[in-house]
Ligand binder design. Structure first.
Ligand code: DC
Length: 237
């Protein structure tokens, strides 16, 4: 069987992982896998069902009771509206519904639960078994694909990340101050880095990429170059 090539990217909120990963995937013809979107879909499901997200037993019971199905796909021609990927929850396109601040806050609570992680981790791994992937999240380099061919930890200064996220939210019509976005982002980073299960961390051997002041295009170019070196593309043999 042909060996698949895996690029694993972790990093804090709005470090540029999503847009960079998508660009790299397009340039290399790989599949882009946004694991954060998979967790977001579960958070949306719980919010809609009126579950108190801080109540772990209720979240677990709801997962068992409803067995939600989450999948990702490359946007079709009709779906090209700026989304990076299409997120399907139980047959419904929730690609934009999972991007609100309400879901962003809620998802960082439920991702601390083992039952939630035990649902998404195997799904993400299964996708990588048959595809060349650029997969991004918080525990991809440490838990989901620890043997990835290229492991990257992407970071940027917190204020620059807050500005990027604020701009995105304003463009989507969410009326929110930069200060609130900054405070939420710092809080979510803390929660993602300090939780007991699968915390966000820099693994040994990961390439630390600080994107502060860099364009996404440049970051993507650097990654593609590194991948081509690793795959031996362009070498005369
Ligand atoms: O990357 P994002 O903001 O869409 O991620 C949503 C939330 O899910 C965020 O709180 C981090 C968490 N997450 C995680 O714990 N593990 C992943 N592999 C991906 C995301």
């Amino acid at each position: 069987m042909k060996k698949t090539f895996h690029i694993a990217i972790d990093g804090p909120v709005a470090a540029g992982k999503g847009t960079t990963a998508k660009l790299v995937a397009q340039r290399l013809g790989f599949l882009y896998v946004d694991t954060g979107a998979m967790y977001r879909a579960l958070a949306l499901k719980m919010i809609r069902d009126g579950i108190t997200l801080t109540d772990e037993p209720s979240v677990s019971a709801k997962l068992v009771e409803t067995n939600p199905k989450v999948s990702l796909r490359v946007p079709t021609d009709e779906e090209r509206d700026g989304r990076l990927c299409t997120v399907i929850l139980d047959g419904e396109d929730v690609s934009w519904k999972v991007r609100t601040e309400e879901v962003s806050k809620g998802v960082s609570v439920i991702t601390q639960y083992a039952e939630v992680r035990d649902l998404i981790t195997p799904m993400a791994r299964a996708i990588s078994e048959t595809n060349n992937v650029v997969m991004e999240g918080r525990d991809i380099t440490s838990v989901v694909l620890p043997n990835a061919d290229l492991k990257i930890y992407m970071e940027a200064e917190a204020m620059e990340r807050a500005r990027r996220r604020h701009r995105e939210l304003l463009m989507r019509g969410e009326d929110i101050s930069l200060e609130t976005v900054h405070a939420d982002l710092v809080e979510r980073d803390e929660r993602d880095s300090n939780r007991e299960i699968a915390p966000l961390k820099k693994v040994p051997g990961a390439w630390i990429l600080d994107t502060t002041g860099m364009t996404i295009d440049l970051v993507a170019e650097k990654i593609v170059e590194r991948v081509n070196e690793l795959r031996g593309v362009g070498l005369v043999v």
